[in-house]
Design a protein around this ligand. Structure first.
Ligand code: 13P
Length: 246
């Protein structure tokens, strides 16, 4: 049975002290369960302190590089993350793709390197407003997934969490309706079934992300192909974060 995965993506918000306070206050209110992962993807400078504080929350990274070590100024390696207890890493967020120019070849290398280290990528995909309006969402998302998962085995892909985040719904307050989100997440599962098998596709957790809040999360999670959410703004405040997992 696939897991429900609810992760707050803090992006470039908070400082170490406010992040520690948040985890100290929130962690004991999270129930650790086999079928539910609740996590926070924090800036890399905070990860070491947060993994020490968190018992129930999974502390995730927002990015990594695929080489184990080397002259890559400014990058964070997978062994660095693994040693401090990070298990999940967001890969290919639209902000990484659009602002920092990350392409599918690079993301494919990151996904494969994380899986080789037995870690779970939270692989983001999603379309711009113009692609959405031209009705080419599914073509775009399928192409991203095929490229980013190229060479990934059926066993390994079960460890990948896919996050569908329409760019037009990120930070805009414009949430995709649960029906639109379900339609695309169902299409992603069908695409995984065509790349692997139905059995494999049924084991992959697929999240929706984009203006998710305590007020709308229930309707989103009620959709049969949506197994969790990746949440930006509403994950930054303790009460609001806790409201997501009620
Ligand atoms: P918002 O929830 O702020 O729209 O951000 C979504 C997101 O980008 C999560 O990764």
């Amino acid at each position: 049975m696939r897991k429900q995965v609810i992760v707050g993506n803090w992006k470039m918000f908070k400082t170490n002290s406010s992040a520690i306070k948040f985890v100290e206050n929130v962690d004991s209110k999270i129930q650790s369960r086999d079928d539910l992962v609740v996590g926070i993807a924090a800036p890399s400078v905070m990860l070491s302190d947060l993994t020490k504080k968190a018992k129930n929350l999974k502390i995730a990274a927002q990015n990594c590089y695929f080489e184990k070590e080397g002259a890559f100024t400014g990058e964070v390696s997978i062994p660095m993350l693994q040693e401090i207890g990070v298990e999940y890493v967001i890969i290919g967020h639209s902000e990484r793709r659009d602002i920092f120019g990350e392409n599918d070849d690079l993301l494919n290398n990151k996904v494969k390197a994380l899986l080789a280290a037995n870690m779970s990528p939270i692989l983001c995909c999603g379309e711009s407003l113009s692609i959405y309006e031209s009705g080419k969402t599914m073509d775009h998302v399928k192409k991203q997934i095929s490229s980013d998962l190229s060479g990934v085995s059926a066993d390994d892909v079960k460890k990948v969490v896919i996050a569908y985040e329409p760019i037009w719904a990120i930070g805009t307050g414009k949430v995709a309706t649960p029906e639109i989100a379900q339609e695309v997440c169902k299409g992603i599962r069908e695409h995984l079934a065509s790349l692997y098998s139905q059995e494999v596709a049924d084991e992959v957790s697929i999240q929706y992300g984009g203006s998710v809040k305590p007020e709308n999360i229930k309707d989103i999670l009620a959709q049969s192909d949506i197994d969790g959410t990746l949440v930006g703004g509403a994950s930054l405040v303790e009460d609001s974060f806790l409201g997501l997992i009620k």
